[in-house]
Design a protein around this ligand. Sequence first.
Ligand SMILES: [Zn+2]
Length: 230
Amino acid sequence: MLIKCPKCETIYQIGDDVISKSGLKMHCQKCDEVFKAYQQDALKLPEEEALEKQNVAKMFEKVIPAASDLFAPQGSPKVRVMHVTQYKNTINYFLVLMLLALMAALLYALRFDVVRYAPVMEKFYQKWGIESVYNGTALEISNIDVSELTQDNVSKIKISGIIKNPSKYAMNVPPLKIVIYDTSGQKLLDTTHYLAQKRAGAYYQFGFEAIMTNPTPKQKNIKINFANDE
Ligand SMILES: [Zn+2]
């Protein structure tokens, strides 16, 4: 062990078992100081000090989990802490799932409005096979005009009119179904006409025209409808 002279601070190395509990009378050969050295006066080597600090740190590590154990009736605190963490993770996972489900539900419920304000989103819905544009059942047909004509010796009937979208949403324009009846209600002709216009924007209107050949006999009624089966 190392003992330091209290006066001149000269350090002496002596055997570990030389100093008894009652101390050892020493005489400094450098400054002539006479003093009593005890085991607890021994200087520590830097390595010893570092080792001691590590031990102190380890002791604190042991104390900290032990303190939380005060609230624990049973079991190792480490295991219980893991349980708490798992529980919290489960809640977060559940919340994230709930938020995603809510977002999906909103995206679905508001799909017509989403596409109305962001037409790009229609492609997103199409990927999922979801229709995000209203079909044209709400479109209005007006100004219907029917005229008969003969072209290259073939009797024809021309039906024209205006198709109007009365809503603020864009509408898909379905095929136009035109049915001709005679005066007794007998169906003479039942045709489907695909219109050039596939989409009508908000409050948009456009003209349409459909030509049919040989609409015999001459007396007839005409009924126009949007084809629902397309
Ligand atoms: Zn001395």
